[in-house]
Structures are given as structure tokens and as C-alpha cells.
Write a protein that binds this ligand. Structure first.
Ligand SMILES: C[S@@+](CC[C@H](N)C(=O)[O-])C[C@H]1O[C@@H](n2cnc3c(N)ncnc32)[C@H](O)[C@@H]1O
Ligand code: SF4
Length: 300
């Protein structure tokens, strides 16, 4: 498969489907500009990211939406993107290859979300988004399967109800897992590999010892991969410092962290599930130097 068609949706035959012609031309123009090293580009945008909703139904301990005072003040408007706004960008969609439907906030809270997903998929755009999973009920899951969403990442910050409910304040482990199981079942029922289901876990000292159990749980509920994300550190965001020092992974020793990663990678291999992280190389080896790189206060 060419790099052009790889960048497009997996769900259609890119050589025959007319929706893909403009995208392939655009990707080829981008590649030509890049290879020629030209400073003026000939192509249109290839990727889009839409912040569908900057409001949330839960309040995770490590999220800027929960912690950043600007979101509590009247300074930042709390809004949901309307279907009509996405429609107004119609000139872009024929040549866009991929779209990430996320930013801060929970996309599934937006009442126009499913309509937006259906509309964008109509342009043959590869679609993916992260969700806390609480609102992915039977009707929504059936829509995502029939529309052929490419990938859905469920954020899950613990393999047990105790840890998950502690970190994801206001969410409910059992509901979220039931929603993932049902989505897997609907895919099976329809004989569809889409959406691919991924777990994303923000690594903290509170959940690192559940990493392998999370991969096991993922295997049981039908995920294709588990991504272990580093807890975000920002020099210019004072509001995040206390949270970071309380929850940073380096509150555990490097030996414990390396051992937990080794167990998670081994579980992934056993079940044929991809395990990825900034802390791992492509072969699943733990990169100890990343501990200092991703935590400026780390002293080894
Ligand atoms: C901001 S959320 C928005 C989408 C959706 N509400 C969700 O939780 O998946 C996007 C991703 O950022 C992650 N995230 C939140 N706070 C983070 C932090 N401080 N460091 C790294 N990732 C974080 C979430 O766990 C989630 O996987
Ligand atoms: S569900 Fe997502 S947006 Fe909402 S608080 Fe948690 S990480 Fe932030």
C-alpha cells in the first residue's frame, strides 16, 4: 500500500472511491513540495483537529480542564462546536485525509457529535478521537460502527475501580468498561474491525503498578493497543505543578517502573496487543533516560 493510501481511511478502496482522488492529489502535492525542499507549499491542509467541546462531564485529577483557573473564570467561553460550523469549513474537507476530533473536553457530550462524525466520514476522512467513554451507549456505539469511525481511544487511568474512580473523579469504572465491551460486541455482530479500540493511560505513581493488569483487561475487552502516556509537565502552567509532584511516576523508583513496564510489554506480547509509550522504544525496551527527560525535577 502506498504512503498516500495509508494516510487515508482503511475502510474504502482508495484507488476506486472518487472521494479519495482529491486527497491523493493533495498528498502527492505535499510530498513533491517536501522532497523539493520548497519554502512555498502547493498543497492544502492534510490533517485537521477539531475541539468539538471544551466542557466535561467528569473532573480528572491531572487534567488542565479541572486545574486551570482560566476555565473556572468567565474568561474562557465553555462551548460546543455546532454542526453548522463544521459545515462552513466544507472547502477543506475534500482534501483533508485525517481528522482528530479532540482537544480539552469530552467530545461525546456535544449533541451534534454523531452528526459531525457522519458528515466528515462522508468525505472519506480517517477519523479518530479520545473519550472518557461514559456516554458511549448502545445507540452511539452502533452509529460509530455503522459510520466506520477508524479508531476510538478510551482514556482509562487504572485497571481497578478503586484507582480509576480515584483519578477520574466523577466517572465510573464499571459503566465505562461495560460500554467498551458493548462496542466490541457490536463490532463482532457486524463483522467490522472498525472502530479499532485503544486504551490510553496517563502514567502516575498511583497507577503504574496496574500497567500489566490494564493490558490484560484490554485483551479481555477487545482492544488493539494500550498507550501509556507521560503525565504532562508545563513550566509556564503553575496550576499544574502541585498535581505533577503529587502524582508523577518518579515518586516510584526507577527499578519498580522498569519492572512494571516489562510486565506490561510481556502481557502485550502474550495477547498480541501493541503496548506503546514515550518510555519505551519500538521493541518495548524501557528507556530509563526518559524519566529525567519527562520530569525536570528528577534526580535519579
Ligand atoms: C484532555 S482529554 C480529552 C478527551 C476525553 N475527555 C478523554 O478524557 O479522553 C485527552 C487525553 O489527555 C489525557 N490527559 C489529561 N490530562 C493529562 C495530563 N496532565 N498529562 C497527560 N495527558 C493528560 C486524557 O487522559 C486523555 O487521554
Ligand atoms: S474526561 Fe478528558 S477532558 Fe474530561 S477531565 Fe478527564 S481528561 Fe479532562
Amino acid at each position: 500500500m502506498s504512503s498516500h493510501s495509508q494516510a487515508l481511511s482503511h475502510t474504502a478502496d482508495t484507488s476506486r472511491d472518487p472521494r479519495f482522488r482529491a486527497k491523493v492529489d493533495n498528498l502527492q502535492a505535499a510530498e513533491s513540495s517536501f522532497l523539493a525542499g520548497t519554502s512555498s507549499i502547493q498543497h492544502k491542509p492534510i490533517l485537521a483537529q477539531l475541539e468539538i467541546c471544551n466542557i466535561c462531564n467528569i473532573a480528572c485529577r491531572m487534567c488542565a480542564l479541572t486545574l486551570d483557573p482560566q476555565f473556572k473564570s468567565t474568561g474562557v467561553s465553555r462551548r460546543m462546536m455546532k454542526f453548522e460550523t463544521v459545515e462552513k469549513m466544507a472547502d477543506f474537507w475534500p482534501t483533508i485525509s485525517k481528522c482528530y476530533l479532540m482537544g480539552l473536553g469530552e467530545p461525546t457530550l456535544n449533541p451534534d457529535f454523531v452528526r459531525i462524525v457522519e458528515y466528515l466520514k462522508g468525505f472519506g476522512i480517517a477519523l479518530s478521537f479520545n473519550t472518557n467513554g461514559m456516554l458511549v451507549d448502545d445507540a452511539m456505539a452502533r452509529k460509530f460502527v455503522s459510520i466506520g469511525v477508524d479508531s476510538i481511544t478510551f482514556s482509562i487511568d487504572g485497571a481497578t475501580a478503586k484507582t480509576y474512580n480515584y483519578i477520574r473523579v466523577g466517572s465510573d469504572f464499571d459503566t465505562m468498561i461495560a460500554n467498551v465491551r458493548r462496542l466490541s460486541a457490536i463490532k463482532r455482530e457486524n463483522g467490522s474491525p472498525f472502530p479499532a479500540i485503544v486504551f490510553a493511560n496517563v502514567l502516575m505513581c498511583d497507577n503504574i503498578r496496574e500497567a500489566a493488569a490494564l493490558v490484560e483487561l484490554g485483551a479481555e475487552v477487545g482492544v488493539a493497543g494500550v498507550h501509556f502516556e507521560a503525565l504532562l509537565w508545563q513550566h509556564d502552567a503553575v496550576y499544574i505543578h502541585d498535581m505533577f509532584h503529587r502524582h508523577k511516576i518518579t515518586n516510584e523508583s526507577a527499578e519498580v517502573i522498569a519492572e512494571e513496564f516489562a510486565k506490561a510489554v510481556a502481557a502485550g506480547r502474550r495477547h498480541g496487543i501493541g503496548v506503546t509509550s514515550q518510555y519505551l522504544d519500538d521493541d518495548g525496551n524501557f528507556l530509563a533516560h526518559k524519566l529525567a527527560e519527562l520530569d525536570p525535577s528528577y534526580r535519579g
